[in-house]
Design a binder for this molecule. Sequence first.
Ligand SMILES: [Zn+2]
Length: 284
Amino acid sequence: MGTDFPREWAIILLALEAQSLCKKLHARKYPKEKKIDIYLVNLDRAKTLTRSEELVFKLFLDPGHGGRDPGATGNGLKEKDITLRIARQIRTLLVNNYQNVSVKMSRTGDSYPTLVSRTNAANAWNADFFLSIHINSGNGEGFESYIYPDSGSPTTKYQRTIHQEVIKRSDLKNRGIKEADLHVLRESRMPALLTENGFIDRASDAAKMKKNSWIEDVAQGHVNGLAKAFGLVRKNSVTYHKVAKGDTVYSLSKEYHTSVQKIKEWNNLDNDYTIYVGERLRVK
Ligand SMILES: [Zn+2]
C-alpha cells in the first residue's frame, strides 16, 4: 500500500476535492440536476480512483480446520470440507467480479495450518480484513458470526453488514451477531470476523450443506457483505450505444447507470459533451 493513512480518509479527501470542484461549477450555467450529477460523478470517481490506484483490498480468507483436524462432524459431513468449499467459492466470486481485490487463503486444500501460522500469515501480508469460515455443531440451528469482544468500529460495522448479507442468501435461521475471545480474532492485527454457517449435526442444516447451490449462496452472501462493507467496485463489461436523435450524454448516463464523466473519458468527448447521431459510444 502506498499510503500510511486509512482508505476511508483517502475517500473523504477525494470527496472534498469533488465538492470544491462542484462549487466552482456553481458559477457556471449548468442546470441544477447537472451540478448534482457532476458532484455524484466525482464522488463516485473519487472512490474508484482510491481503489484503482494502489489501494487494493486485501482479504485473508481462512477456511476453518483441515487435514488431521476435521472440525465438527455429523450427518456424513466434515466441517473442514464445507469450509474449504465455501471459502474457495468466495475467492472465485470476489476475484472474478470485483476490481482491485487480492485474496490470500490460509489453505487451498486439505491441509492443517496451525492457528498461529494462520494469523502470522495474515499479519505478515498486512491484510485489510481477516475472514474465517466455520460450521457449527452442538444441537443448535442456523447462522451466527463472531468478532473479538469490544472491537469497536469499524469491525462492528463490518460484522453487521456481512452478517445481514449472509442471512439474506443462506436460508439459515438468524442466531445473531456475537463476540468471542478466539485465537484468529484476537491475534490478527486487522479487523476480523468468524462466521458459523449452520449446524452440521442438525439434519435440516446438514441437508442444505449437501447442495452445491447452498455453498454458492452462502459464498455469495459473504461476497455481497464484503462488497458493501469495503465499497468494492464491480468489474463492468463494456457496452456500446448507437446515438439516436434526442440522446444526450446526460440521458445516456441515466439509461446505462453510469456517469457523464465516464462517458466523456471513454469517448474523448469535448467539454461541451458533443455527440453525433449514428455515432457509436462506449456507455459502460
Ligand atoms: Zn470450526
